[in-house]
Design a protein around this ligand. Structure first.
Ligand code: FE
Length: 419
């Protein structure tokens, strides 16, 4: 069974990563940052968790307002460091943990937390600024990462109570994972700060200290606070502290404080908190769920997260048929487009042969196939017929309106090459 060994609360200001990259260890203005992270790093070195579940927010780097999610769980096999405008920091990519992430996603949905899911999106300073001081990473990261991006930039943002309850559901999810894994929960987010308007530069260190007391001893009091109250006390951007409640909600009622620090060099208090989850806590009962991989429907293949992660490139190639230059290149010279696709020979061959069944069995989603069919001027029914091993005429004869053909494209050839 997977177990949560402890929790870390940390600011995620770019200051932290900058201090490391600029080699400021011996500079009096910056040295307190390094001493604050030393006990947390030592604890991680000693405990060697298999997975870090890290709660952070993106800063309009990888997520934008064309589609903004409240809770987005990273299910990918690897995560790169984002370029935030001046070039990416030279940190290695970090491995994800798709198997545990998939389990957590399934359990959270069963527990009424319907998550958005992401992969192949780089992570910005919200994640890597503190992580680069928490772990030695020159030879690669010593831990796998499951990131949870929380949408705290655009209102409405999730309430403190919602985050608190998500933490409790996260604990049920992790503790119901059958494999013996150790997991550290890392919450990030600045305490009091405001970075916009005439109030920019606002801090309240007294409230920050009170917050750090409450998050350990009385998190329900913070969970009961509205976003307005949090913003009034700590500044508008400090309402991102709701992310600490996800971590706290995943821990035991009385965790042990192993380290606590607060240093305010400029705009944001650099706060660090290390909580040991204490051994022997009673497990919570997991919500019941239906594992789609154990659902035996004949001639069916559920599109699960492991299928999605393993076949991202294939599905991306098909999804890109929505882009005129991509489909024009495909139609102009299919062999060249396939050769340039980066897909392996097997995937290329399935596309070349319009092997709809093979593509589904491989892990393509049907909605990519209907895009390819549309580009080829073929009706959806050609795909259905192909998957059933039938001619178009045979398939259409099984419909109530055999003459009705349609496509998601605007130009449709109705000829059936198989008849
Ligand atoms: Fe932030």
């Amino acid at each position: 069974m997977a177990r949560i060994i402890g929790g870390i609360g940390t600011s995620h200001t770019p200051t932290i990563g900058f201090a490391l990259d600029a080699g400021k260890q011996d500079d009096p203005a910056w040295a307190p940052i390094f001493s604050a992270y030393a006990p947390l790093k030592a604890w991680l070195d000693e405990k060697k968790p298999d997975v870090a579940f890290l709660i952070y927010n993106d800063h309009v780097t990888s997520f934008f307002f064309d589609h903004y999610s409240t809770f987005a769980l990273g299910i990918g096999a690897s995560f790169e460091v984002a370029d935030e405008g001046g070039g990416a920091r030279s940190l290695p990519a970090i491995d994800g943990h798709p198997a545990l992430a998939r389990h957590i996603a399934e359990r959270l949905v069963a527990d009424e937390f319907d998550m958005s899911l992401f992969q192949r999106r780089p992570l910005d300073h919200g994640c890597f600024s503190p992580l680069s001081l928490l772990c030695e990473h020159k030879q690669g990261w010593p831990v796998s990462l499951i990131p949870l991006a929380v949408g705290v930039l655009q209102n409405p943002v999730p309430s403190a109570r919602r985050c608190w309850k998500l933490g409790q559901a996260l604990r049920r999810a992790i503790e119901s994972y059958p494999e013996d894994l150790s997991v550290a929960i890392i919450a990030t987010g600045g305490l009091s700060h405001q970075v916009h308007g005439r109030r920019a530069g606002f801090n309240d260190p007294q409230w920050d200290r009170q917050f750090m007391d409450l998050i350990v001893d009385d998190p329900e009091t913070i969970a009961a606070m509205s976003q307005a109250e949090l913003a009034m006390r700590g500044g508008w951007e400090s309402s991102e502290v709701v992310m600490w409640l996800v971590m706290r909600g995943a821990l035991a009622a009385r965790p042990e404080v192993l380290s606590r620090n607060y240093y305010l060099p400029s705009m944001t208090g650099i706060a660090t908190l290390l909580l040991d989850n204490r051994a022997g806590i009673a497990s919570l009962k997991p919500a019941s769920t239906l594992d789609p991989t154990t659902l035996q429907l004949p001639d069916s293949q559920p599109f699960t997260l492991d299928v999605s992660v393993a076949n991202f490139d294939l599905n991306r190639f098909l999804q890109q048929m929505t882009k005129p230059p991509h489909r024009a290149a495909f139609l102009a010279d299919e062999e060249a487009a396939l050769a340039a696709s980066g897909l392996d020979a097997g995937d290329q061959d399935l596309i070349r042969r319009r092997d709809w069944t093979g593509l589904i069995e491989r892990g393509a989603i049907f909605f990519g196939l209907e895009k390819l069919a549309a580009v080829l001027g073929l009706p959806n029914a050609i795909v259905y017929a192909g998957m059933r091993g039938e001619t178009l005429a045979q398939f259409q004869a099984s419909r109530n309106a055999p003459g009705a053909l349609y496509s998601v494209g605007s130009s449709l050839k109705s000829d059936d090459p198989a008849t």
